[in-house]
Design a binder for this molecule. Structure first.
Ligand code: MG
Length: 159
């Protein structure tokens, strides 16, 4: 049976933090604020996978008051989501995602993100899409106050 899931996340851009998107460190004057490394793309993908499983959101599995997840690489969360799918006898079919950021330019980093994330998802890179857009200068994303991400996932489960 094919199960769909949707994920959305936002993190604030602040000074003094590294910018990590899709598990890749990207040179920028600011980074995303959060308890973990605040990788907004991985968080949205995790929520899409948990959604496909009929589960709660990423904050339920990895609470932001748990010291274990402090400054944790979000790749760990994605690995855990995929492990949960495997435990249920399932597999990821495909993931589609969009990063919404006014800056920096995401395009040059997408290939590296795809290689990294498709390995964690245990899928061929052709089954993972990472797209990027600006917000045309509108709203909090347009003002460069934060970065948002959206994702959908399909997961094959025994029932
Ligand atoms: Mg998040």
């Amino acid at each position: 049976m094919i199960h769909m899931g949707i994920g959305y996340d936002v993190h604030r851009l602040v000074e003094g933090r590294k910018l990590v998107l899709g598990g890749v460190e990207i040179p920028h004057d600011r980074g995303l604020e959060g308890h973990s490394d605040a990788d907004v793309l991985i968080h949205a993908i995790c929520d899409a996978l948990f959604g496909a499983l009929g589960e709660s959101d990423i904050g339920h599995f990895f609470p932001n008051n748990d010291p274990r997840w402090r400054d944790q690489a979000s790749s760990v969360f994605l690995k855990e989501a995929v492990r949960l799918i495997r435990l249920r006898g399932g597999r990821v079919i495909n993931v589609d995602s969009t990063l919404i950021a006014e800056a920096p330019k995401i395009g040059p980093h997408i290939k590296k993100m795809k290689t990294h994330l498709s390995a964690l998802l245990e899928i061929h890179p052709g089954r993972l899409a990472i797209k990027a857009t600006t917000n045309e200068g509108l709203g909090f994303v347009g003002r460069g106050e934060g970065i948002a991400a959206m994702a959908v996932a399909s997961v094959d489960l025994p029932l």
